[in-house]
Design a protein around this ligand. Structure first.
Ligand SMILES: Cc1ncc(COP(=O)(O)O)c(C=O)c1O
Length: 437
């Protein structure tokens, strides 16, 4: 990590004094607003949380270089913190590539991970020095052959159940070996350079079965590719590691099985370099939302009282991703003590839209207009899919880092912040992830 990278990070992140934590910042903001009528929803982002995720990643999957999926949170403090830590970046568009480059990252630390790219975006990536890109169909190969014939291509392994309902996918996952071979052979006939394979777990899961099966299948494709005289050098295991606190299985439990499968199928010396594209993993638990109750209604059915609360945030703002059903369980926390009597409650957003329901039938103590609800694990998508529907602005976010985390960041080992080229892949990764080191 260079001084320039840490200085750039500090321009966007507030470094906290003494023993102050991000939780103290949240509490301080809530207290400061007690005297005000205007109690806008806000987010607090703890960059130390991202640092600790990164350290856990390297501990659990030491050979796998992480390329953060930018779409989950593309704010400069997040990009700069991850750049400082030594992560690579998975970009899906021209704008994401530019954003990462503008935040001081070299193009060899970027993979263009979108398998269906606009022609102009391929051209742009080539001009900016981003040469490693994913494909999954013939049409894409023809486009690349025309626009960027020297690109380093990564085949996203086609699966037979790509578009099925996510919860079934892990069970049904099946690689289409024939199509994989056809695509490799088409690429060869077009004179293109396929350097690796990738796959992506369909949803951030707590289970490892998808990874293990996909790694085994990838190994057979590497062997079959040799028959076409294609020597693959890279395996990208995609995303799919959850980032919540209190997941069903911890990241470490899933990662251990993934590591075992990689060590068995792609041991050191197999000359296959390993990367991944974690997104949710890095940012989910880093951000907490505080939203204020702007209206309240009560109802009594069969002598049972229930409440409806309306917040100054909602499905069209920080919770927008819930519309696509990608979010994990949303659990609001009140600031009242745990021993309070609770009531069945439904939490609505601030728009006049019938879909704008954040949580149905949860248990909350009785609250009043002006009180706060806290939502943890809000880091993924909350800031990138937010809309201004009904004329509302997105909540502001304060990005902070505790002093002790800053000291840990500065003391990171050299091998995590020195980048080495991965032969013939167009990528550079931290020395500590290089199999030959
Ligand atoms: C190709 C690809 N890579 C990586 C990711 C990140 O996934 P996750 O956040 O589950 O790690 C996604 C998510 O949509 C993706 O489509």
């Amino acid at each position: 990590m260079t001084h320039a990278a840490t200085n750039a990070m500090l321009k966007t992140v507030t470094l906290l004094k003494g023993n102050v934590t991000s939780a103290d910042i949240l509490e301080g903001k809530l207290n400061a607003m007690l005297q005000q009528d205007e109690r806008d929803a806000f987010l607090v982002a703890d960059m130390g949380d991202i640092l600790h995720k990164h350290l856990r990643w390297h501990e659990a999957l030491p050979r796998v270089a992480p390329f953060y999926a930018v779409k989950y949170n593309d704010k400069p403090p997040v990009i700069r913190t991850l750049a400082c830590l030594g992560a690579g970046f998975d970009c899906t568009s021209k704008n994401e590539i530019d954003l990462v480059l503008q935040n001081g990252v070299i193009p060899e630390r970027i993979i263009f991970g979108n398998p269906c790219k606009k022609a102009s975006h391929i051209k742009h990536a080539a001009a900016r020095g981003v040469h490693t890109m994913v494909f999954d169909c013939e049409d894409e190969l023809e486009k690349v052959a025309r626009i960027h014939p020297t690109a380093r291509l990564v085949l996203r392994i086609p699966t037979t159940s790509e578009f099925e309902f996510p919860s079934q996918l892990e069970r049904n996952f099946k690689v289409d070996l024939k199509l994989s071979m056809n695509l490799l052979s088409t690429a060869k006939n077009l004179g293109l350079n396929v350097i690796g394979l990738s796959f992506h777990s369909p949803r951030s899961s707590d289970s490892f079965e998808f990874f293990v099966q996909a790694i085994i299948e990838a190994q057979s494709i590497v062997e079959m590719a040799k028959k076409l005289e294609i020597s693959l050098k890279l395996l990208d295991i995609g995303g799919g590691f959850h980032g919540r606190v209190n997941g069903v299985e911890t990241f470490e439990e899933v990662a251990l099985k993934v590591k075992e499968a990689l060590d068995t199928n792609f041991p050191k010396g197999s000359n296959i370099h390993l990367i991944a594209e974690p997104g949710i993993y890095y940012v989910q638990s880093a951000i907490t939302l505080a939203a204020n109750i702007i209206a309240k209604k009560s109802e009594s059915t069969d002598g049972k009282c229930s409440f409806m609360y309306f917040l100054n945030d909602g499905i069209y703002s920080s919770f927008h991703v819930m519309m696509y059903n990608r979010c994990t369980v949303i659990k609001p926390l009140s600031l009242k003590g745990e021993n309070e009597v609770t009531f069945q409650s439904t939490v609505w957003g601030r728009t006049c839209d019938g879909e704008d329901c954040i949580v149905k039938n949860c248990s909350l103590p009785e609250l009043s207009t002006g009180e706060w609800l806290i939502f943890k694990n809000m880091g993924a998508y909350s800031m990138t899919t937010c809309t201004t529907f009904n004329g509302y602005s997105p909540p502001e976010c304060e990005f902070v880092m505790a002093r002790k985390d800053w000291e840990t960041l500065q003391a990171l080992p050299e091998a995590m912040k020195t980048f080495v080229p991965l032969e013939d892949t167009g990528l550079r990764v931290p020395l500590c992830c290089d199999q030959n080191s």
